[in-house]
Design a protein around this ligand. Structure first.
Ligand SMILES: C[S@@+](CC[C@H](N)C(=O)[O-])C[C@H]1O[C@@H](n2cnc3c(N)ncnc32)[C@H](O)[C@@H]1O
Ligand code: SF4
Length: 384
C-alpha cells in the first residue's frame, strides 16, 4: 500500500500589486473573487483528499500574498484545511495588523514567513516593494504580541545598486529582530519580467559580486549562532532555541524528496510517483471546480532516474549527509573522487539509515563548506 501524503501546499495568488522582479503565479486585486477562490480550494481539497494522512506534518500557505486574501475568506480556508504539526503562512509586512496576527493564531497557524527583502528604502523602491523597513519591524512585533514564536524573514541580495555595506546593514537589521529562521535569496533575473528588462545590465554586473555576497551572508549568520542547514536557509541553532529544531519542516520535505499535495492555481504536486501542475489560469480553475471537475493539469513523467537525480540536487543543498546507496546509479564515480580531492565533497558513514540493521553503517555524502558555496555547479558535475 502507498504511504499517506503528509505535506500540503496551498497557493493564494492575490497581491495588492505586482513587484517587478517576481514571476510567481499572482493575480492583482480581484477582491470580488477571493470568496470564490477559497470555495474552489476547499472543493479541490475534497477531490484530492484521498492520499492525505488525517493529521499532516506540514501545511504551507504560499503566494502571492496569502495575507492579502480577504480576512473572512482566509479564516474560512484555514478552518477547512486538515490540521498540521507545522502550519506556515507567507505574509507581506504591510498586511500584518494586530487583528490579522490574532486571526492567524486562533486559526492554528504556528509559523509565519515574512517577506522583508531589504531594509534599505532606496533598494525597496528598486524592488517595487510597498512595505518600508518600519513595516517589517512592526509586523514582527504584532506577530510576537499575538504569541508567534516561529518567525522567518526573507532577504534578497544582489539588488541593483546594492553595496556590500547595504547587505551588512540588512543582515544586522534582520538579526536585531531575532527571527527563528532566515531565508536569504540571491536575486534571480526572471526572464520576461519588466525588472529584468529595466535592470538587465546592472544585474549582470552584480552577478560577479554574488559569490562574495553569499559567503558574507553565510559567515555572518553562522557567526551569529544560526545553523546553515540549506543553501539559502538558516535557523537558530538548537542551543539558542531551547532545543527546538527550527528548520522549515515543509521545505525540508521537498528537499528530502517526500510526496506533497499542492492546491490552487499553478500549484505543483508529487504524489505516488506522479507529478502535476495545476493550470495557472484563475478563470478555468474556478469554472472547473464549480462544475465539480478537476481543474486542468499538466502531467510530468517522473521516472525513478529523475527522482534520484532530484534527491542528489536537493539533498546536497542540506547540511546533513545524503545516503549514497539509493542514488548511486546517478553518480559519476570519477567526478566524485575529483570533488573529494578538491576538498568540495566528503564521503562519510553514519549509523541507522533506512534499511540498515542497528549498529551497521551506511555510506553517505556531504559537500564541504567550499562545495556548498559553489552549490549547484558542484552537484551538476556529480550527476553521471
Ligand atoms: C513566493 S514569494 C511570496 C512572498 C510574499 N508575497 C512577498 O512578496 O514577500 C516568496 C519569496 O520569494 C523570494 N523571491 C521572489 N522573487 C524572487 C526573485 N526574482 N529572486 C530571488 N528571490 C525571489 C522573495 O524573497 C519572497 O519573499
Ligand atoms: S513578490 Fe510577493 S507581493 Fe510581490 S508580486 Fe510577488 S508574490 Fe506578490
Amino acid at each position: 500500500m502507498s504511504e499517506s501524503v503528509r505535506h500540503l501546499y496551498v497557493h493564494l495568488p492575490f497581491c495588492a500589486h505586482r513587484c517587478g522582479y517576481c514571476d510567481f503565479v499572482t493575480v492583482v486585486g480581484r477582491r470580488g473573487q477571493h470568496a470564490a477562490y477559497v470555495k474552489g480550494l476547499l472543493a479541490e481539497l475534497e477531490l484530492e483528499r484521498e492520499p492525505l494522512a488525517p493529521q499532516l506534518e506540514t501545511v504551507f500557505l504560499g503566494g502571492g500574498t496569502p495575507t492579502f486574501t480577504e480576512p473572512r475568506e482566509l479564516e474560512r480556508l484555514l478552518a477547512g484545511l486538515p490540521a498540521g504539526d507545522e502550519v506556515t503562512v507567507e505574509a507581506n509586512p504591510e498586511t500584518v495588523t494586530p487583528a490579522l496576527a490574532a486571526l492567524l493564531r486562533r486559526s492554528g497557524v504556528n509559523r509565519v514567513s515574512l517577506g522583508a527583502q531589504t531594509f534599505q528604502p532606496a533598494l525597496l523602491s528598486v524592488l517595487d516593494r510597498v512595505a518600508g523597513p518600519d513595516d517589517v519591524r512592526r509586523a514582527v512585533y504584532h506577530l510576537r504580541d499575538a504569541g508567534f514564536d516561529n518567525i522567518s524573514l526573507d532577504l534578497i541580495y544582489g539588488i541593483p545598486g546594492q553595496k556590500p555595506s547595504d547587505l551588512d546593514a540588512d543582515i544586522a537589521e534582520a538579526l536585531a529582530l531575532r527571527p527563528e529562521h532566515l531565508s536569504c535569496y540571491e536575486l534571480e533575473a526572471k526572464p520576461g519580467t519588466r525588472f529584468t528588462h529595466a535592470h538587465g545590465e546592472e544585474l549582470q554586473r552584480q552577478a560577479e559580486a554574488m559569490e562574495g555576497y553569499f559567503a558574507c551572508v553565510v559567515e555572518t549568520l553562522v557567526g551569529a549562532g544560526y545553523r546553515w542547514y540549506e543553501t539559502a536557509n538558516f535557523c537558530r541553532a538548537p542551543s539558542a532555541a531551547e532545543g527546538r529544531d527550527l528548520r522549515s519542516r515543509h521545505n525540508l520535505a521537498y528537499w528530502q524528496g517526500r510526496d506533497y499535495l499542492g492546491l490552487g492555481i499553478g500549484a505543483v504536486s508529487t504524489v505516488h510517483g506522479t507529478r502535476w501542475r495545476t493550470t495557472p489560469r484563475l478563470g478555468p480553475y474556478l469554472t472547473a471546480l464549480r462544475e465539480g471537475q478537476r481543474p486542468l493539469r499538466e502531467l510530468e513523467p517522473l521516472p525513478d532516474s529523475v527522482r534520484r537525480a532530484e534527491r542528489v540536487m536537493l539533498g546536497l543543498r542540506l547540511d546533513e549527509p545524503l545516503p549514497l546507496a539509493p542514488v548511486a546509479e546517478e553518480l559519476d564515480a570519477r567526478a566524485l573522487s575529483r570533488l573529494e580531492r578538491l576538498g568540495l565533497a566528503r564521503r562519510t558513514s553514519f549509523e541507522g539509515g533506512a534499511g540498515v540493521r542497528p549498529g551497521e553503517c551506511e555510506d553517505a555524502l556531504t559537500l564541504t563548506t567550499r562545495g556548498r558555496l559553489l552549490g549547484d555547479a558542484v552537484t551538476a558535475d556529480l550527476l553521471a
